[in-house]
Design a protein around this ligand. Structure first.
Ligand code: SF4
Length: 885
């Protein structure tokens, strides 16, 4: 379809908190390519690799199409009746706190609103929490402590108007790519300085003027030191402090106690004193400073304190709410902030209300309910503990995969399997969590959904449907409302559309508000269906129809005194462990999202990071005997998992990093959640995913293999496997680890159907096996196995899946295991947006392309979202090194 001529549906990307606009031909078929929405103020037409390839993920593969009970299809009425009856009977017998919802930043605000209203407004329990707890609840708690309400003061334009941008605990280049590209473009114009604070040397460091490779968990010491030094050097803003803040002396006293000297703090942070001094000096001398923070700050036992330490520095200097300055929480999920607006976190009510008597009364009047929850519910980790010990007997999970993503994930799986009644509403069928649920309810997916989301800068944008729902899938708000109706709350849940819910949500934000809460979108309370359909993106608060980009430049904090609060915070020393000498960190990769239930459908996105890799510093790897590309077992107090080792100087000594994306659906349990400890921030309850004590052990496999097949096979039962989609089929990387892991052959991996021809080559001496199965002359599957040698490149074999029949030469090549020589089209995908592989980039470098721009001209790589540019630079550097050797 011609994107320039077909009428376009404008919607919003479902991945990260940047919230880019996406344009799709209206009425598009599934798997139709998408484009960036040129009119959306966030991205102005650009998309990152994940957004660009959304079209590859809208097919029906792995979709949940019908309500299912224990694997059998049932009707909607039966399914909804069962949920309502089970929840009602458990509430009647054990009280409202015996049930819970666990929801998701993937839900639209309207879905979230209805779920929260049912649990906190009519069931009468606070037990609804969200996977945003794992992502930014520490930032929420810090905002409330400092500002009185969960409010991000600035906007994305501040990244473009700043002279210094500090990125703390954020691999922005990969996790918020379009915002990062906006920053780099602005830097071209105004020479913005960029500082990255991160124990790892990430892709974001590639463009940094200064990288502080800080010791894990030392951020609080660092920002306390900055706070003290700013106060000492006269960088404070006395007028702002006097007019708009309180608590400075107590905060400064606490910070000074923790900062005896620059040298001592530098040592505590693992930094050299000159680097620390430069950081402080640049902050002190630059008026326009943005400090953006993300999971590296939030996912810590001191997450809230760390965020408040950052905010303290901005309050001290009065650099808040003005162009180019302020603390800025980068949210991970597309609608993490929308969930916060409607009370998706267990410790807050809808419309930014807390659990005070007056707030509960307000909600009781607005919802006309006498069952409002009067106290906070259980936060995510505590909630699943309550499922495990039987306090919670019925759990409804919506649009998330906690069996993979929560810490101590094996215990979560067990808790669900033991729970009396588990419902999962989701658009995906085959998740680790679905395997533990009694009842599956099919929800609409991106492209079928209709509602709103709010991004990191308080910008509400529309997600619009451009396809019909798959199978019997229904909107989440409809599913929840139908259950509510069957539980006896029909009048309060008589919604006919997402627009109905949005109007009520907007009305509630202004109800008895009178300026007491900043979250107020009551200007949209009477929005018509047509205007809701056409709604352009807007930043709240929206009291008089227009959006608000920045807040707090002139005070007006929603605290009782109207002043922002400095927070007294002190670092808490952590004990070292002899059994677990490493600190395990986890995070996202450039081309994947969450547990890969969507991005995993794209062969292109799967080609960059092909297996679950654990990063380890080269000196640590040498000490432990781990080789680059070998296997490594990571062990924590909670579990063990095997990864492909990536040995790199980018990893700080004593630290390990694993990606969060793999699950037991696509690997032998190489999930970060299985390893993560249960420690969490005492205020926010956010798990400290960045700091699990761990150890690393080399693994010597008995054999290694890969298996290429046109059709998916049952999960291989070996000590190590990793599955990914490739063009035309699936690729499984396999390794035998324990005595039970006998080597496979093609037939036992995937029994044949039809007149299959086998070709095979065994080399007993070398311990090699190469087998292929052909059907009608076409390659169906092949296995390449070795006990000691190297495995050949995969791409030439993947290319054979596209051939209608194999030539004699192809057969000989396949069995010889030589593979094809490097050609321009081979190797992993480096630039997912333009589909450019490493081979093409090597060829461009060899033919004289000397920098990223030249390679872009030759190949197109790096010319769209730019997330791959650091990797292209690495390839150029590697090429030069190889030439010099
Ligand atoms: Fe989607 Fe990428 Fe934009 Fe994030 S930066 S919203 S993943 S296109």
């Amino acid at each position: 379809m011609n994107m320039t001529q077909a009428p376009l549906t404008k919607t919003t990307c479902p991945y990260c908190g940047v919230g880019c606009g996406v344009a799709v031909p209206s009425g598009a078929e599934r798997n139709t390519p998408v484009a960036g929405d040129a009119s959306h103020p966030v991205n102005k037409g650009r998309l990152c690799s994940k957004g660009s390839l959304l079209g590859e993920t809208t097919g029906l593969e792995n979709r949940l199409l019908h309500p299912m009970r224990n694997g059998a299809r049932i009707g909607w009425d039966e399914a909804l009746d069962e949920v309502a009856t089970k929840f009602s009977s458990i509430i009647a017998e054990h009280g409202p706190d015996a049930v819970a919802f666990y929801v998701s930043g993937q839900l639209l605000t309207e879905d979230y609103y209805v779920a929260n209203k049912l649990m906190k407004g009519f069931i009468g329990s606070g037990n609804i929490d969200t996977n945003s707890r794992l992502c930014m609840s520490s930032a929420v708690a810090a905002h409330k402590r400092a500002f009185g309400e969960d409010v991000v003061p600035g906007c994305y334009e501040d990244f473009e108007e700043a002279d210094l941008v500090i990125l703390v605990g954020s691999n922005t280049a990969w996790c918020h790519p379009i915002l990062y590209q906006r920053l780099l473009a602005a830097r071209e114009r105004r020479g913005t300085r960029i500082i990255v604070i991160d124990p790892r040397r990430t892709a974001t460091c590639d463009e940094a003027d200064l990288h502080l490779a800080i010791a894990p968990g030392a951020d609080l010491a660092l920002f306390n030191a900055l706070f003290c030094e700013l106060a000492a050097c006269g960088a404070s803003d006395p007028a702002f402090i006097t007019a708009h803040t309180e608590g400075l002396d107590e905060a400064l006293d606490a910070a000074l106690l923790a900062h005896p000297s620059l040298a001592a703090t530098a040592e505590a942070c693992g930094l050299d004193p000159d680097t620390l001094e430069t950081f402080i000096r640049w902050f002190a001398e630059t008026e326009r400073v943005v400090t953006a923070f993300s999971q590296g700050i939030n996912q810590s036992q001191s997450g809230v304190d760390q965020a408040n330490a950052i905010i303290n520095c901005h309050l001290l200097t009065g650099r808040i709410g003005r162009p180019g300055m302020g603390p800025f929480s980068l949210t991970g999920q597309p609608n993490a902030m929308g969930g916060r607006e409607v009370g998706g976190l267990a410790n807050q009510l809808a419309a930014h209300l807390d659990f005070s008597e007056s707030a509960c009364g307000l909600l009781a009047r607005f919802w006309e309910s006498d069952r409002i929850a009067s106290s906070p519910g259980l936060k995510a980790v505590d909630l699943f503990d309550a499922v495990a010990d039987g306090r919670i007997k019925a759990l409804w999970i919506m649009a998330t995969n906690p069996v993979v993503s929560l810490p101590d994930a094996d215990a979560v799986r067990k808790a669900l399997l033991d729970c009396e009644f588990v419902v999962l509403s989701d658009c995906i069928a085959g998740t680790d969590t679905a395997a533990c649920a009694d009842l599956l309810l099919p929800a609409v997916a991106w492209g079928e959904k209709d509602g709103t989301v709010t991004n990191s800068e308080r910008r509400i944008s529309r997600q619009r449907a451009f396809m019909l729902p798959a199978g019997e899938a229904r909107p989440d708000w409809w599913i929840i409302s139908e259950v509510a109706r069957r539980m006896g709350f029909a009048d309060a849940f008589a919604y006919g559309s997402s627009a109905d819910i949005f109007r009520e949500h907007a009305r509630l934000s202004g109800f008895e508000n009178e300026g007491s809460r900043i979250f107020d979108i009551s200007a949209l309370s009477e929005i018509t269906d047509a205007d809701y359909d056409a709604l352009s993106s807007l930043q709240w608060p929206l009291r008089e129809g227009g959006g608000t980009a920045r807040l707090f430049a002139d005070g007006g904090f929603p605290t009782p005194s109207g002043r922002a609060r400095f927070t007294a915070v002190s670092p808490v020393p952590r004990a070292a462990s002899a059994r677990f000498p490493f600190t395990l960190n986890s995070g996202r990769l450039r081309d994947q999202w969450h547990t890969m239930t969507r991005t995993g459908l794209s062969p292109t996105l799967g080609s960059n990071a092909q297996e679950p890799e654990a990063e380890i510093n080269d000196l640590d790897a040498r000490d432990v005997g781990i080789e680059d590309g070998g296997l490594v077992r990571i062990v924590t107090e909670y579990g063990a998992a095997i990864f492909r080792a990536r040995v790199t100087a980018a990893q700080r000594r004593g630290s390990l990093f694993v990606p969060i994306h793999w699950s037991s659906e696509n690997s032998a349990g190489s999930g970060a959640g299985r390893l993560a400890h249960r420690a969490r921030d005492p205020l926010s309850g956010q798990p400290a995913f960045k700091h699990t004590p761990a150890r690393a052990e080399a693994v010597a496999p008995l054999w290694r293999a890969f298996f290429l097949t046109r059709t998916e096979i049952a999960k291989p039962q070996y000590g190590y496997f990793a599955r990914r989609r490739v063009e035309g089929g699936f690729l499984y990387e396999l390794a035998g680890i324990g005595p039970g892991d006998g080597p496979p052959d093609v037939e036992n991996l995937a029994p044949a159907h039809g007149a299959v021809e086998y070709v095979e080559m065994r080399d007993k001496h070398a311990g090699a096996l190469r087998q292929a199965a052909l059907l009608g002359g076409r390659l169906e599957k092949c296995l390449i196995l070795t006990r000691q040698g190297a495995l050949p490149p995969r791409d030439w074999l993947i290319g054979l899946l596209a051939s209608e029949s194999l030539s004699e030469e192809d057969r000989r090549t396949l069995l010889s295991g030589r593979g094809a020589g490097a050609s321009g089209g081979e190797g992993r995908i480096v630039c997912a947006c333009m589909g450019v592989r490493a081979g093409a980039i090597h060829a461009a470098i060899a033919s004289g392309a000397a920098d990223v721009a030249a390679i872009g001209e030759c190949t197109g790589a790096g010319t769209n979202c730019g997330s791959c540019r650091p990797e292209i630079r690495l390839l150029i550097a590697q090429h030069r090194k190889d030439e010099a050797a």
